[in-house]
Design a protein around this ligand. Structure first.
Ligand code: 4AD
Length: 448
């Protein structure tokens, strides 16, 4: 009796044995007396070989003419239960092969829309539910998984507690224009943009907390870096200085890259990602540059041939061409620190002695992947925070709980948020963020 439902990843443990695999037909080829099936089951890809009847007599098995004909005519994405004998085969790119002794069709697949030929992006996005089965998309999901796994591991090892912030909120948090509003039993409610404010409550209870889940932003951006629903990892901690906070962020990003190198090397290979570059980002310290020094650098270099950005003044926010140039200039992940208070959130603490700048940092990924982290030291003084809320035209009643945290034993604390899909895009080396999440939500896309 053949061993049932062996994962393709594990076939090498069964050389010489007869096993059964459940899989999908990714592709097939063949000539004359042979038919080759490229099978996948989600754990790996693998080749099965069907020999024309009489070829397998040495095993005392007979596939039969009828089965051989069925195999020869299997169509792409047919699901099958295949039985065969595992053989080591140096010629096969998988190193092993399955010599078929039986095959049963589980689910037919006629006219599968995604063929090995090139398809346009809109077509692929309309068929996202099927596109996810292709090699590259599977590889990106494996990288996403490795990053998620490394995130939990890193925070656990650094004494953080997972603290889940709510998705539905009764009042607007950071920026009202980006909020998705919904009806909550006759009252307005908003979908979370970031769990940060709730995490700050968690910090006062548990010292070091993080959350990790979907957040929503009604941004009408049509860039390759923006989603309207994306996953954010927010971390918050007490008693760390701004520099220590950056050290923690750097260690976290390195842990994620290492996690992908360790857990998904085959995915990086499928995507032809430059692994040496990733190793360099782990080996070398990230760059740290102040916002004002970054502006001066941009001004000095604006006439350079590779300076593909518009003139920028101190006090202006960066556009993505500025960010790309800065990270290319340093060739490493780069923290830009201490931005002007004028375009940053109300809760950021000013730089001591310079009220116009705040203790914050954005981490820019190299190779033009843009900002992956935003974080800051939080204002911990009740009155200063209250004044900032008023200055920003916000209603203090909406922040009653948040202000309370400064009333009852306030302490210095800081935190940051990482955009999971930005990180996946960067590590996977894909061009567009839409491939970094199973079902992307964007300005003009909410299906499938
Ligand atoms: O810089 P942001 O807006 O920071 C916050 O929301 C803070 N409350 C986080 C915190 O301190 N706990 O967003 C954090 C990260 C960005 O650096 C980016 O990686 C990602 O979230 N991000 C997006 N990713 C995809 N699509 C969008 N529309 C994004 N907007 C931000």
């Amino acid at each position: 009796m053949a061993k049932e439902y062996v994962a393709i990843r594990d076939v090498k443990k069964h050389v010489g044995e007869e096993i059964t695999i459940g899989a999908w037909v990714a592709n097939k080829s063949g000539k004359g007396k042979l038919a080759f099936l490229q099978l996948r089951d989600g754990t790996a890809f693998f080749q099965a070989v069907a020999f024309k009847p009489n070829f397998l007599e040495k095993y005392g098995q007979e596939l039969g003419t009828e089965k051989f004909e069925i195999i020869k005519h299997l169509s792409q994405e047919t699901s099958v239960k295949v039985t065969g004998i595992v053989k080591e085969d140096a010629r096969s790119k998988f190193g092993y092969e399955l010599d078929l002794t039986d095959l049963e069709i589980l689910g037919s697949s006629l006219d599968y829309p995604i063929t090995p030929k090139e398809h346009g992006t809109d077509f692929l996005m309309d068929n996202r539910h099927l596109w996810l089965r292709s090699r590259k998309q599977m590889a990106i999901m494996q990288i996403r998984n490795a990053i998620i796994y490394s995130t939990y591991e890193f925070f656990d090892q650094n004494g953080f507690i997972k603290f889940d912030s709510p998705i539905l909120s009764g009042n607007a948090a950071e920026n009202t224009t980006e909020l998705f509003e919904t009806d909550y039993f006759g009252n307005p409610a908003f979908l979370s943009q970031s769990g940060q404010l709730y995490l700050e409550a968690g910090v006062m209870a548990l010292g070091r907390v993080f959350d990790f889940g979907p957040v929503f932003r009604a941004e009408k951006s049509k860039t390759r870096r923006h989603l309207t629903e994306f996953w954010m990892m927010d971390a918050e901690y007490s008693f760390l200085s701004h520099d220590q906070s950056l050290d923690l962020q750097e260690a976290y990003v390195k842990a994620m890259i290492q996690g992908v190198l360790d857990r998904a090397p085959q995915a990086l290979e499928i995507l032809a990602r430059d692994v040496e570059a990733l190793k360099k980002y782990i080996a070398e310290p990230f760059k740290r540059v102040s916002y004002d020094d970054a502006i001066s650098l941009l001004q000095e270099h604006e006439a350079d041939p590779d300076a593909d950005y518009e003139h920028i003044e101190h006090g202006d926010d960066f556009g993505s061409p500025h960010e790309t140039w800065i990270s290319n200039y340093f060739g490493l992940p780069t923290f830009v620190v201490n931005y002007p208070a004028s375009f940053k959130a109300f809760y950021m603490k000013p730089v001591p002695g310079n009220e116009d700048r705040v203790l914050c940092a954005d981490l820019l990924a190299p190779e033009g992947y843009g900002e992956i982290i935003g974080g800051s030291v939080r204002e911990d003084d009740y009155q200063k925070l209250y004044d900032k809320i008023i200055e920003n035209g916000l209603n203090p009643d909406d922040y009653a709980f948040y202000l309370d945290l400064r009333k009852y034993g306030s302490v210095p604390h800081a935190g940051f948020g990482l955009g999971l899909e930005r990180m996946v895009t960067f590590v996977a080396g894909t061009k567009h963020i839409r491939e970094a999440i199973p079902f992307p939500r964007m300005l003009h896309r909410i299906k499938p």
